[in-house]
Ligand binder design. Structure first.
Ligand SMILES: Cc1ncc(COP(=O)(O)O)c(C=O)c1O
Length: 426
């Protein structure tokens, strides 16, 4: 599409947007009496209007039936989990029985490490991205120490080359090949939280498998953002959170994917709990763990129904909006943002540098802008103007306009205000 940098053009794009009515399904925070321009879907997605009623439905069931709510009412809680995996299977590209909704992201990464990080003989090494999200770094450090090993020796971080912002795909492949005799696991972020770089997960999976290693992904910034095909890519496991692009509420329940080839391996090491026990005989409360032969076999505890309800409220919106349409709008909204930022860069040369890759296959909603001058002051001025983006030390502004509730006009307004602020600062 041939874009034009004007408010009327932005409004025209909103008029023909097939998802435009979905914005009304979200509560937009207000700043100085006006709706904020909220570009923090990469941090905490906005609250769907319907979330309250979904929570209320669980409370009503609890009030009406007590513990019998698990088996009674229109939506018995015992089957609630299945109502989540259908939409998630489209979002992450997995079979529904390869998905389990449980816990939070870091907890699930730890649980997956118990099953998939099995250092033995000289195969002990893990490859991960340099500057992984800190929680992942702490997870790696403590898991490796838990095996009595030294993180310095075991963990191999692949970093961007000097002077570059992105990690080259060829460097990941090369690191995997170089360490193939000692490698046991590649655990990578689907999208890097800082730069917004989207990685070729299929290529990473192929390279790791060729080296005899297992592959997992942290999809915090990818799930609900970009299309994924975990099953077809042959990924071994993955974990994600639901509070960013999946709009399910702060700290709400996360998810994990485990390829079906592992489901029948009932002797696989894992930390178990009664909710992962085979369903038919779970309530006989017998000794000896027998896992459900699906991803649910990794579940430990009684499901957090209120959190699942909050998750379902958001997933039902995705189902109604249709994942394919969401993806179409994501690409157009993002292309619009890049077009405007390119224009801006010609006007305020030397002030900003975009560190997110430009190629479509290497990015999702997020754009990270390296502020070359007065970054914090620019960020503060944006906040004052009601534009919610985030600041990452030492000098990056991240923003992520998302298809379900952001508009083309908001992107134009953001760019226009950013230009004014940069020109004032000059
Ligand atoms: C890439 C990544 N990994 C892990 C986490 C930690 O997630 P949680 O706090 O849900 O465990 C986050 C949180 O933002 C993240 O962005």
């Amino acid at each position: 599409m041939q874009f034009e940098n004007s408010l009327s053009f932005a409004r025209g794009l909103d008029t023909i947007d097939p998802l435009k009515d979905f914005r009304k399904q979200f509560i937009i925070p207000v700043h100085d009496g006006k709706e904020q321009i909220y570009f923090l879907g990469n941090s905490l997605g906005l609250q769907p209007v319907r979330t309250q009623s979904y929570l209320q439905e669980i409370l009503n069931g609890w009030g009406k039936y007590g513990v019998e709510g698990f088996f009674m009412g229109e939506n018995p809680w015992i089957h609630y989990h299945d109502t989540l995996t259908k939409t998630l299977s489209t979002v992450v590209g997995a079979l529904p029985h390869e998905i389990v909704v449980m816990n939070q992201l870091t907890v699930n990464l730890h649980l997956m490490m118990v099953s998939f990080y099995r250092p033995s003989g000289k195969r002990k090494k893990i490859i991960c991205e340099a500057k992984a999200f800190p929680s992942d770094q702490y997870m790696f450090e403590t898991q490796i120490k838990h095996h009595g090993l030294d993180p310095q020796e075991v963990l191999i971080e692949v970093a961007p080359r000097a002077g570059e912002h992105h990690i080259r795909q060829e460097d990941i492949r090369q690191a995997i090949q170089q360490h193939q005799d000692e490698l046991t696991l590649v655990l990578w972020g689907g999208i890097n939280y800082y730069t917004g770089q989207l990685f070729d997960m299929q290529a990473i999976t192929q390279a790791a498998h060729a080296a005899g290693a297992v592959v997992g992904f942290d999809l915090a910034h990818a799930a609900g953002n970009v299309p994924l095909q975990l099953h077809n890519w042959d990924v071994d496991f993955a974990c994600w959170c639901s509070y960013k692009y999946l709009n399910s509420g702060p700290g709400t329940v996360g998810g994990a994917y485990i390829h079906e080839r592992y489901h029948g391996k009932t002797d696989m090491p894992r930390f178990a709990g009664w909710w992962g026990y085979e369903k038919e005989t779970r309530f006989l409360m017998q000794q000896g763990f027998k896992p459900v032969q699906s991803a649910e076999g990794w579940q430990l505890s009684t499901p957090a129904l209120l959190l699942q309800a909050s998750h379902k409220a958001a997933l039902d919106i995705i189902e109604e909006a249709e994942w394919g349409q969401i993806q179409e709008k994501r690409k157009l909204l993002n292309a619009w943002l890049w077009f405007l930022l390119d224009d801006l860069q010609t006007q305020v040369a030397g002030n900003i540098e975009i560190i997110t890759p430009r190629a479509e296959r290497e990015k999702g909603c997020q754009v990270s802008i390296h502020m070359l001058k007065n970054g914090k002051a620019v960020f503060d001025a944006l906040s004052k103007a009601g534009i919610m983006v985030d600041w990452r030390e030492p000098n990056v502004i991240r923003l992520a306009p998302v298809p379900l509730y952001n508009t083309f006009e908001e992107v134009w307004q953001f760019n226009n205000i950013l230009r004014q602020i940069l020109q004032q600062q000059a």
